[in-house]
Write a protein that binds this ligand. Sequence first.
Ligand code: 2IO
Length: 417
Amino acid sequence: MTIVNSAFSVLSEDFAADPYASFAWLREHAPVHYEPGIDSYFLSRYQEVKRVLTDHEAFTTETLQVRAEPVMRGPVLAQMTGAEHTAKRKIVVRGFTGQALQDQVRAIRADAAELVAPLLARGRMDLVNDFGKPFAVYATLDILGLDKSDWRQVAQWHSGVAEFITSIGLTSERRRHCLDCAEQLEAYLVPVIEQRRRHPGADLISRLCTAEYDGLAMTDREVTALVINVLAAAVEPADKTLALLFKHLIDHPEQFAQVRSDPGLLPAAIAETLRYTPPVQLIPRQVERETEFAGGTVPAGATVFCMIGAANRDPEAFCAPDEFDIHRADLSTARSFTAAAQHLAFGTGLHQCVGAAFARAEIEAVAAMLLPLLDQVRYSPGFRYQETGLYTRGPASLCLDFTPVHDFTPVRTGIAG
Ligand code: 2IO
């Protein structure tokens, strides 16, 4: 039995405007929702999403060969299996922990300081478009050791790549555009990779070039794919998470005041933001053989989308799930950025986000810097809040007014190339 509900569609305008309004109904009445237009199933219950993400034999990542590989120009971590996955994941994890992570945080602080400086005197900024988007790209270029003066170009290529991965049905023109972006990005990266092989530095591209997999250095194609993988995964959710954190704090003034007086609460606020409004809303998997779920049967070979936003609001998993509460007893901050996380914003299982600790450090560093600078922060008059995206989702803009700080001197750095 498969539930086909003709009145409801994840492709409808209503759902796009506010998916959260439909999650309770979906979990209750259509926990295995079939979407005929794209021949895919949508799972909304916490337990079933968790089952799909942790049973790697029954639910594979094969679907990424069509959804990611064409724009990644090679295989990404998320689609790999077995020994190859373990080895390459370890190489990437090493690039995001220990001394490497500390150096990255220092660079991120400098990036944030540089980008915020010209915005401060105005007493008004769009946290998404004036700050968050350039910041997300700057920070990623720093990790990769790429030239930040190329940021606008890289941001454009990134949008094409991200549009491809996160699309639910692309026209052939958009598909062509996305592939063009990916090809240009690859052409930009190949000479950099060649140069890093000859003169490796401390950046992630150099690490990928010098690391050995199976006793051999990775090929240009393997390195390129991992670089585009890191680029997409680090840029796409960053501005969204930052803007959502500020939105929730502005909407909950009491909790905002607590975080202001004790920035040690920031990691809890970030963890709760990720539970409440995960920037990555969907994770696809392919069903190996016909599978029974509580809400129906899914045939062999089918694509299932795990609905992370719906799972994170499941009352079976979290008490009063529709409330934003940085003090909630059922979400441990210490666990939230590790394999033991209760929320599913980083996925779970073998493919759980490799950048989780980096994401925490990044958002914490930038939020800690912004908080004291944005005194009396509030929505700008007439601002209308709107979120966009079904796969990755975040505020289209977040126009804020604040009391300008005049004695801020930006930190200057000479990081590039
Ligand atoms: C790049 C949605 C950018 C990842 C992806 C094909 C694999 C994987 C994710 C996240 C964020 C992306 N999937 N990061 O959901 O690397």
